[in-house]
Write a protein that binds this ligand. Structure first.
Ligand SMILES: [Zn+2]
Length: 303
C-alpha cells in the first residue's frame, strides 16, 4: 500500500507539475500572441482622439516644376513613405465629410486630393495600366508593398482636362472607379467665382455636375473652390436649382492652409474645409508634418 500510495503521490505531483508547466507555457504564449496581434492591429500607440485634426493633402502636378503647383514624382514617393510611417491611412473626402472614417485603430485619417485633372496625375500604358511615374501609378506601386495604404484618391476634376487625351478618358475613369477613387466638382473653366454673377456661378457648378453625371459619377459631390475663392453669394454653395434639379454639395474645400477639424468637432464647417498644399514652403505639408511630429498638432486618431 505504502509503495502504491507514494507512487500515486508521485504521479499526482508529476501531473500537477506537468499541468502547471503546460498552463504556464500556454498562458505565456497567449500573452506573447496578444502583444504580437496588438502591435499588428494598432497602427500607432497614440491614444484614441476622434475629435482631433484631419490632414487633407492637396496635390496638382506630380512632376518637377518651379512653383507651388508642382510636386516631383520623387517627392510624392517620399510623401507616401512618410505618411505611412507616421500612421496615416487614406480615406476619401466623402468618407471624411460623412464621418465614416474606416481605418485601423491607432491610425490617422488622411484625405488625398488632386486638383485640375492634369496629365501627370494619371497616364496609361498601352495595356491600360497607370504609368509608373504618374501619381496613381506611384501610389499603386506603393500600395502593392503596403496593402493597408490603398489607392483612395479624391480627384477634383475639370471636365475639359481629364488628364490629357480625350480617347483615354473612359478607361481612366473606369480604372479610378475600380481602384475605389472618387471624382468631384472643381467647376468647368476654373474661374475666380467671386468675379462672376450668381447665374454664372450656378452655370459653372451646375454644368460641372452634369459632366460628372455623364461620366457615370452621379452626385451629390463635394466641391473644391478654384483658388479657394468663394462666390460673392456663398449661399449658392448650400444648394441651388439647376434645370429642374436641386444641386447640393456634401462639402466645400478651400486651398490652404492648415489641418481640418474633425467631423466630430464643433469647429467643423462642411462649407469651408481647409486643406494643406503639398509644398515644402510655409504652411505646406512638410511644415504641418513637422508640427505633428513635434506634438504641436493634436490629430484625429481612430479609436
Ligand atoms: Zn484648381
Amino acid at each position: 500500500m505504502k509503495v502504491r500510495a507514494s507512487h500515486c503521490r508521485r504521479v499526482i505531483v508529476l501531473g500537477i507539475l506537468t499541468a502547471t508547466l503546460s498552463y504556464l507555457s500556454t498562458s505565456a504564449e497567449a500573452t506573447l500572441r496578444t502583444v504580437a496581434i496588438g502591435t499588428q492591429q494598432r497602427v500607432t500607440n497614440r491614444p484614441a482622439n476622434p475629435n482631433g485634426a484631419v490632414f487633407v493633402a492637396e496635390y496638382h502636378h506630380i512632376r518637377s516644376g518651379k512653383n507651388d503647383m508642382f510636386r516631383s514624382a520623387d517627392n510624392f514617393r517620399r510623401d507616401l513613405e512618410q505618411f505611412y510611417a507616421m500612421g496615416f491611412r487614406p480615406v476619401l473626402a466623402s468618407e471624411y465629410l460623412a464621418n465614416r472614417i474606416n481605418i485601423p485603430s491607432g491610425a490617422l485619417p488622411l484625405v488625398m486630393t488632386f486638383d485640375d485633372a492634369v496629365p501627370s496625375q494619371l497616364q496609361l500604358t498601352p495595356t491600360g495600366q497607370p504609368t509608373p511615374d504618374c501619381a496613381i501609378g506611384i501610389w499603386q506601386d506603393f500600395a502593392r508593398r503596403h496593402p493597408d495604404f490603398p489607392v483612395r484618391a479624391t480627384l477634383f476634376v475639370l471636365p475639359d482636362s481629364m488628364w490629357g487625351p480625350k480617347r483615354d478618358v473612359k478607361r481612366k475613369i473606369d480604372l479610378l472607379k475600380r481602384l475605389g477613387c472618387e471624382l468631384e466638382n472643381h467647376t468647368i473653366t476654373h474661374p475666380k467665382l467671386k468675379k462672376l454673377t450668381d447665374d454664372k456661378v450656378m452655370e459653372e457648378l451646375g454644368k460641372a455636375e452634369d459632366r460628372l453625371a455623364s461620366n457615370g459619377q452621379s452626385g451629390p459631390h463635394s466641391l473644391a473652390l478654384p483658388y479657394g475663392i468663394s462666390p460673392k453669394n456663398a449661399n449658392i454653395l448650400k444648394g441651388f436649382d439647376w434645370h429642374g434639379n436641386r444641386i447640393t454639395f456634401t462639402g466645400v474645400f478651400l486651398v490652404g492652409a492648415n489641418p481640418a477639424p474633425s467631423p466630430n468637432s464643433p469647429k467643423f464647417n462642411r462649407y469651408r474645409v481647409p486643406r494643406i498644399m503639398a509644398i515644402s514652403g510655409p504652411y505646406g505639408i512638410d511644415f504641418w508634418l513637422k508640427k505633428l511630429s513635434q506634438g504641436q498638432v493634436k490629430p484625429y486618431v481612430q479609436p
